[in-house]
Design a protein around this ligand. Structure first.
Ligand code: NAD
Ligand code: UGA
Length: 413
């Protein structure tokens, strides 16, 4: 059954949620405060690089897919409101200002029963204590009676976001009133595996998932470090380890560590929650600690054979992983900063992430991967873009922080 939906926040999560729900026949208002971003979307240009998104925007029907800054009209017309704004960490606490702003806006214009669904990653209690309470205070209405409240954590990965929306492993919906549950079941009736739980449980599932994956990667990195020392094939060891279905083969790729807008931020927020609760969190703290230092191993490996002071180093890759233009908390950027501290002269290239990197890193940039190789003495690969495998490395020394089929010395291989 088609619904009229408003999605707040046209970032990685909101934009995907909006185009995907629109493609399923729903009328969707995509609400953002960033007019520049909205203008791009109205011109059918994706403001982020994401596989399949341009095609979805190209075929969108703008009578029923409405990118807008008009929150009032969107709220009045929609019966389901998804909140997808950012929740960055401030150290180990969560910045909920955007969430509060949207909640106030919703409360101001709420005029009948609608379901408010938090998709942003939020600590247990936030949906009810911040979003629900703010809407109640602003509107004078009661959550669970006059409007519905739910928490639907997002599990998409950048680079495969649309694939994850349509074929994700599971949909988790924290909801405590029947009316909202029915409406959300209709919206997600395409999903093979939808699970309902309490709102706070849904909030914690998201942190447990991201922290577990972060833990798995740090574990893989430390096993990888040992493999390198013992001259063993880290990828074979971990692949065979993962053949045990209790362990699983995914997320055991060792390299310079995890980055992106979520794992580091969500791990930090969970650490903060444990601190406030007075509980020890030794496992996740260790994963975080290991991740902070993993990239240093690559610098150490390079320094064994090369003097970095004054060396012309060409870097391939700036994004936090292949398939995205996102450089938030990118291990590539962190590694470049360490290389700069060692005195290296860096020129970098990334097929998608150059503009974002330029905003945070004042170094030289090349126009192509081949230019990087031709113009530098030493090549360091920091993002696993498959196209880097097709370059001619001209027998120059290559060091890899991410696994690719390129001849050179890897961080754990
Ligand atoms: P983002 O920074 O890419 O996008 C957030 C958007 O919200 C921006 O376009 C911003 O202009 C807009 N915004 C801010 N205030 C607003 C307001 N008052 N009204 C309307 N729009 C407003 O963020 P993101 O990466 O999409 O992440 C959003 C949330 O989803 C975060 O909590 C994040 O942890 C979570 N999440 C992200 C991913 C991911 O892959 N990026 C995956 C799962 C969960
Ligand atoms: C991650 C989760 O995979 C999503 O389920 C979640 O929704 C999202 O965070 C989020 O909450 O934002 P994403 O950050 O897009 O998705 O990317 P991942 O593919 O998980 O990779 C994260 C980082 O870990 C990257 O730097 C990647 O290179 C690294 N990684 C991943 C490894 O080093 N090894 C691996 O085996 C897998």
């Amino acid at each position: 059954m088609a619904h009229t939906i408003a999605v707040f926040g046209a970032g990685y999560v909101g934009l995907i949620q909006a185009v995907a729900l629109h493609s399923l026949g729903n009328k969707v208002y995509l609400v953002d405060v960033d007019e520049e971003r909205l203008a791009l979307i109205r011109n059918r240009k994706a403001p982020i690089f994401e596989k399949g998104l341009d095609a979805m925007l190209a075929s969108a029907n703008f009578d029923t897919f409405i990118p807008t800054s008009d929150a009032k009209t969107s709220i009045e017309n929609a019966n389901v409101l998804f909140i997808c704004v950012g929740t960055p960490s401030e150290g180990t606490s969560q910045d909920t200002r955007a969430l509060e702003a949207v909640s106030k806006t919703i409360g101001t214009h709420l005029d009948s029963f609608k379901v408010v669904v938090v998709k942003s990653t939020v600590l247990p209690g936030t949906t009810q204590d911040i979003v629900g309470k703010t809407i109640e205070t602003t509107s004078g209405l009661n959550a669970g009676e006059d409007f519905g409240l739910a928490m639907n954590p997002e599990f998409l990965r950048e680079g495969t976001a649309l694939q994850d929306f349509f074929h994700g492993d599971r949909t988790v919906i924290g909801v405590e009133d029947e009316r909202s549950k029915t409406i959300l079941s209709e919206i997600y009736d395409l999903k093979e595996s939808t699970h309902f739980c309490s709102i706070k449980e849904a909030e914690l599932v998201k942190y447990a998932s991201n922290s577990f994956l972060a833990l798995k990667i740090s574990f893989a990195n430390e096993i990888g470090n040992l493999c390198k020392r013992l001259d063993l094939d880290a990828y074979r060891v971990l692949q065979l380890t993962g053949k045990d279905s209790r362990i699983g083969e995914k997320f055991l790729e060792s390299g310079i560590g995890y980055g992106g807008s979520c794992f580091p931020k969500d791990v930090a927020a969970l650490i903060g929650l444990y601190e406030r609760e007075g509980l020890p969190l030794r496992t996740i703290n260790a994963a975080h600690e290991a991740n902070e230092h993993q990239h240093e191993r690559l610098i150490g490996i390079i320094k064994k054979s090369h003097d970095l002071r004054g060396a012309k180093v060409g870097v391939l890759g700036l994004a936090f992983k292949r398939g995205t233009d996102d450089t938030r908390a990118s291990p590539a950027i962190r590694t470049i900063r360490s290389l700069l501290k060692e005195g290296a002269k860096i020129t970098a290239f990334d097929p998608q992430a150059m503009d974002r990197a330029k905003a945070e890193l004042d170094i030289a940039y090349a126009k192509s991967g081949q230019e990087i190789i031709d113009g530098n003495d030493l090549i360091v690969i920091l993002t696993d873009w498959p196209e880097f495998e097709k370059l001619d490395y001209r027998q120059k020394p290559v060091f890899l922080g991410r696994k690719l089929n390129v001849k050179g010395e890897g961080i754990t291989w």
